[in-house]
Design a protein around this ligand. Structure first.
Ligand code: ADP
Length: 230
């Protein structure tokens, strides 16, 4: 669960990036975060990952109170979160399998677990035929699927997707959101930052709109895709 209570962030430059944010994202929710450039979306994500601290207010993430969390506990917080970036951030010298397995190797997961878990998440994102390929041999949409498999491999409670469709073909963007939705249906909370209004309108669901550091609205809308709208 993610909860913001009266959260404000003022950068050292004096910019008020977020102003009195109150927000609750319950376990199992799927929410889009939208807003124009400079609205405060990245600041919100950085707070959740404890890359920055709130100037005022309380941020609770997956049972951690971030204002009280000591530095040494930050890795434990981050292991509960999988992050997908706009620019994929895959390691070009590693195959798809290795890119995903790497996440588990750095936390010393048992080899047997890695051998069963990695193929499983690669199949979840539909890339079983590409496990031995290198990132440069894949399309943008496929690379983003690898990034998603990597974010999922550690079985996080929360997936943060930061403009995940920003670098891929618009037609494939729908597939990425479909995939995020099916991951959400299996119980993982998903927070997706996007400025693609067409996607949001199509899928519908909870939309958190940030404007000038404040929540302009936080509502559930029906999608234009009837099968998807709830
Ligand atoms: P968004 O992700 O919605 O584009 P940001 O959260 O990046 O918005 O930025 C919100 C505001 O904070 C903007 O005015 C931006 O210029 C400012 N800002 C972002 N990061 C920093 C920083 N490290 N130092 C100072 N100001 C920043």
């Amino acid at each position: 669960m993610v909860e913001f209570k009266d959260v404000s962030v003022t950068y050292s430059s004096g910019v008020d990036a977020l102003n009195g944010i109150n927000l609750k994202i319950k376990d199992g929710d799927f929410a889009f975060v939208v807003g124009s450039s400079g609205a405060g979306k990245s600041t919100l994500i950085k707070l959740i990952l404890k890359e920055i601290d709130a100037t005022e207010g309380t941020v609770l993430v997956n049972g951690f109170n971030l204002s009280k969390l000591r530095r040494g506990k930050v890795p434990a917080l981050r292991r509960t979160i999988g992050v997908v970036f706009q620019d994929f951030r895959l390691i070009p010298t590693m195959t798809v399998y290795e890119n995903v397995a790497f996440v588990l190797r750095v936390i010393d997961a048992p080899a047997k677990y890695i051998r069963s878990r990695v193929p499983y998440v690669i199949s979840l994102v539909g890339l079983e035929d590409k496990a031995k390929s290198y990132p440069t041999e894949l399309s943008g949409g496929e690379q983003q699927r690898v990034a998603l498999a990597r974010a999922l491999v550690n079985d996080p409670k929360l997936i943060i997707a930061d403009e995940p469709t920003g670098n891929i073909d618009p037609a494939l963007s729908y597939e990425i959101v479909d995939l995020l939705r099916s991951i959400n249906e299996c119980g993982t909370t998903v927070l997706m930052v996007t400025h693609e209004h067409d996607l949001v309108r199509y899928f519908g669901g909870r939309i958190i709109n940030i404007n000038k550091g404040e929540i302009a609205f936080d509502e559930v809308i029906g999608g234009t895709n009837r099968n998807e709208s709830k």
